[in-house]
Design a protein around this ligand. Structure first.
Ligand SMILES: CC(C)(COP(=O)(O)OP(=O)(O)OC[C@H]1O[C@@H](n2cnc3c(N)ncnc32)[C@H](O)[C@@H]1OP(=O)(O)O)[C@@H](O)C(=O)NCCC(=O)NCCS
Length: 189
């Protein structure tokens, strides 16, 4: 495990090249890196949590959490969505992704966030506290997810209020709230 030997810190504007490299290599295509670049300058995404993991000063993993809201006129508790998370291929399956999720959630709690959503691997995120089937818990996603993928839309309560903070359909920051980020379309890559 090299996860004992990594440093994690919040990013700053000088880190953009490192972030782009990590996200492009992690996914193996550019679309997610473009999403990150867009979200980092999207005011509706604030407050964001953007973290880089380093091993011997090499940037090896990145995670981004951006603001989520209810898609209706109602009280708007602080909520976030995790998207995306990437670890360079040669560093995967060594605990880096998990360390980034835990560090990010700690910072979100300090910012007063109540709920974190993610659309992703249903075998992976539950290891870090996410609960599958968020729609059935009262949180429809911004765009419909096919029934066979409903387990991939997950939520995690991270405050004392948790689910009592509210229920409703979720809306993301402008850059993420576009249909192309919510469909499984290989041609977009
Ligand atoms: C998914 C990803 C971020 C995970 O990061 P990581 O540092 O490799 O993950 P960790 O080492 O923290 O994984 C911890 C556990 O999850 C498992 N795991 C890792 N990736 C997984 C995956 N894609 N699906 C299922 N399980 C996975 C590991 O085997 C490990 O399990 P174990 O502790 O029982 O052995 C990384 O593989 C990655 O960047 N993938 C490409 C980009 C991507 O798919 N991002 C997520 C978009 S939703």
């Amino acid at each position: 495990m090299i996860s004992n030997n990594i440093q994690i810190r919040e990013t700053n504007p000088n880190d953009l090249n490192d972030i782009m490299t990590v996200v492009k290599q992690g996914f193996g295509y550019d679309k997610e890196a473009e999403l990150v670049a867009g979200l980092l300058t999207d005011h509706t995404a604030e407050p964001i949590v953007s973290l880089l993991a380093f091993c011997n000063e090499e940037a090896i993993g990145h995670i981004l959490f951006t603001r989520a809201r209810f898609d209706s006129e109602q009280e708007q508790p602080m909520m976030h969505i995790l998207a995306p998370l990437a670890v360079k291929p040669q560093y995967q399956r060594q605990g880096i992704g998990g360390a980034l999720i835990k560090a990010g959630i700690k910072l979100l709690q300090e910012k007063g966030s109540h709920l974190v959503f993610v659309l992703g691997h249903k075998e992976y995120y539950p290891k870090y506290g996410f609960i599958s089937g968020a729609e059935n818990l009262g949180y429809p996603p911004p765009y419909p997810i096919p029934e066979k993928y409903s387990d991939y839309w997950m939520v995690q309560p991270i405050s004392d209020k948790g689910f009592d903070a509210g229920k409703g359909k979720i809306k993301c920051a402008d850059v993420l709230n576009q249909p192309e980020h919510w469909r499984d379309d290989e041609s977009d890559k």
